[in-house]
Write a protein that binds this ligand. Structure first.
Ligand SMILES: NC(=O)c1ccc[n+]([C@@H]2O[C@H](COP(=O)([O-])OP(=O)(O)OC[C@H]3O[C@@H](n4cnc5c(N)ncnc54)[C@H](O)[C@@H]3O)[C@@H](O)[C@H]2O)c1
Length: 330
C-alpha cells in the first residue's frame, strides 16, 4: 500500500534528492516540485516529478490540491551566499517570495505541516564554541537574511493561522549516496570537499586554503561537516513527528564535531591515498573562524544523531565524483 504523500520542493537538488531517497525508503510516497533551475531530472527518481517554480502560485497551489500531501518539505531556494551579496534580489524573490507562496498554498489546502531547510548562516558570527538553537541570529549576508525572514514568516503563520512547521538549521552538508546515483552536482561548486576532490581529479588546478591565522587549533577555519544521508534521516524523523501531531520545532543539524580545512585536506589524502595540490591564500571576507553545531536538541527530541564520520563523508564523495558522477552526467 502506498504510504502518505510528502511533497518535496527542491527535491531534484542535492539535499532534496537524498531526502526523497530516505522518505521513499521509509515508505512514504514522494512527489517532487522543482523548477530544475539548479536541480536534475536524473535525481528526481523516487516518485512523481512536477516541474514548476515555487513563485508560480497558481501551479504550486494546484499541485498541493492535486496531491493532498500529509506534509511538505521545502528545500527549493537559491543557495550561494557569495552571489547573494552581489545580487540579492533573486534571493529575496525565491527564498522569501517562494515561502510566502508555499504558505498560502498550504493554507488553502488543509494546512499540511512543513519542514523547512534553514541554515546555520542565520546565526552569523558565533558567540560561543558550539551553537545551539537559542544563539542570536545576525546573518552576515543576504542569503542568511532571506532564510531568517522565511523563519519569521513561518512563525507568524503559526501564531495567526496555526500552521505547523519545523525548521532544520543545517551546518555544512557533504558526502553522497553513490550507490543510489546521487551526490553533489552544483554549478558553480563552492563547497570545500567537492572542490578538493576536483583538484585531485584534475578538474581544477589546486585546492585553495583561505587563511591560516584564525583562532583555531591549526589556524584554518573549522566547519561542522554533516553527511547528507544523516541530514536526510533527520528530515524523515521531523516529517514523521509533524504527521503524528507533534509541535513545530527548531533543530540544529550537525555532528557537534568540527573539522578544520587542514584536517579535511589531510583526511582527503588519507582516504584517497593521493596528494592534494594545495595553494595558500589569505582570509576570505565574511568567513567565521569556526561554526560548529550543538545538536543536543535533535538528539533528545528526534532521537537523531549523525552516524557517519568525516572519512565516510569523504569516501562517499570521492566515489561519487570519481566514478558515478561522470556516468550520471556524461
Ligand atoms: N548545501 C548546504 O550545505 C546547505 C546548508 C544549509 C542550508 N541549505 C539549504 O538546503 C536547501 C537545499 O540545498 P542544496 O544544497 O540541496 O541546493 P540545490 O541547489 O542542490 O537544491 C535546490 C533545489 O531547489 C530548486 N529551485 C531553486 N529555485 C527554485 C524555484 N524558484 N522554484 C522551484 N525550484 C527551485 C533547484 O532547481 C534545486 O533542485 C536550500 O534551501 C539551502 O538553502 C543547504
Amino acid at each position: 500500500m502506498a504510504g502518505e504523500t510528502i511533497l518535496v520542493t527542491g527535491g531534484a537538488g542535492y539535499i532534496g534528492a537524498h531526502t526523497c531517497l530516505a522518505l521513499a525508503q521509509a515508505g512514504f510516497t514522494v512527489v517532487v516540485y522543482d523548477s530544475l533551475v539548479h536541480g536534475h531530472r536524473a535525481f528526481a527518481k523516487f516518485g512523481a516529478l512536477e516541474v514548476g517554480d515555487v513563485r508560480d502560485r497558481e501551479r504550486l497551489s494546484a499541485v498541493v490540491a492535486a496531491h493532498q500531501p500529509a506534509a511538505i518539505v521545502h528545500f527549493a531556494a537559491l543557495i550561494e551566499a557569495g552571489v547573494s551579496v552581489r545580487d540579492p534580489a533573486p534571493f529575496y524573490d525565491v527564498n522569501v517570495g517562494g515561502v510566502a507562496a508555499l504558505l498560502d498554498a498550504a493554507r488553502a489546502h488543509g494546512q499540511p505541516p512543513i519542514v523547512f531547510s534553514s541554515t546555520c548562516a542565520t546565526y552569523g558570527a558565533p558567540l560561543q564554541a558550539a551553537l545551539d538553537e537559542t544563539h542570536p541570529q545576525q546573518p552576515l549576508n543576504p542569503y542568511g537574511w532571506t532564510k531568517f525572514a522565511a523563519e519569521r514568516m513561518f512563525a507568524d503563520h503559526a501564531t495567526a493561522y496555526g500552521q505547523r512547521s519545523t525548521w532544520l538549521r543545517y551546518f555544512n552538508a557533504a558526502g553522497a549516496a553513490p550507490e543510489h546515483g546521487l551526490g553533489e552536482h552544483h554549478d558553480p561548486e563552492t563547497h570545500a570537499i567537492p572542490l578538493a576532490i576536483f583538484a585531485l581529479l584534475g578538474r581544477r588546478d589546486a585546492f585553495t586554503l583561505f587563511g591560516e591565522d584564525y583562532d583555531t587549533r591549526d589556524g584554518s577555519c573549522v566547519r561542522d561537516y554533516i553527511h547528507v544521508l544523516d541530514l536526510a534521516d533527520a528530515h524523515v524523523r521531523a516529517v514523521r513527528r509533524l504527521i503524528d501531531g507533534g509541535p513545530g520545532e527548531i533543530f540544529n543539524l550537525g555532528t557537534g564535531d568540527g573539522a578544520s580545512v587542514k584536517e579535511v585536506a589531510a583526511a582527503i589524502e588519507r582516504v584517497t591515498g593521493r596528494v592534494l595540490p594545495l595553494v595558500r591564500a589569505g582570509r576570505r571576507p565574511g568567513d567565521s573562524a569556526a561554526l560548529v553545531a550543538n545538536a543536543a536538541k535533535a538528539r533528545r527530541e528526534l532521537g537523531w544523531r549523525a552516524e557517519r564520520n568525516l572519512d565516510a563523508i569523504i569516501q562517499s564523495a570521492w566515489t561519487w565524483h570519481a566514478e558515478v558522477e561522470p556516468k550520471v552526467f556524461p
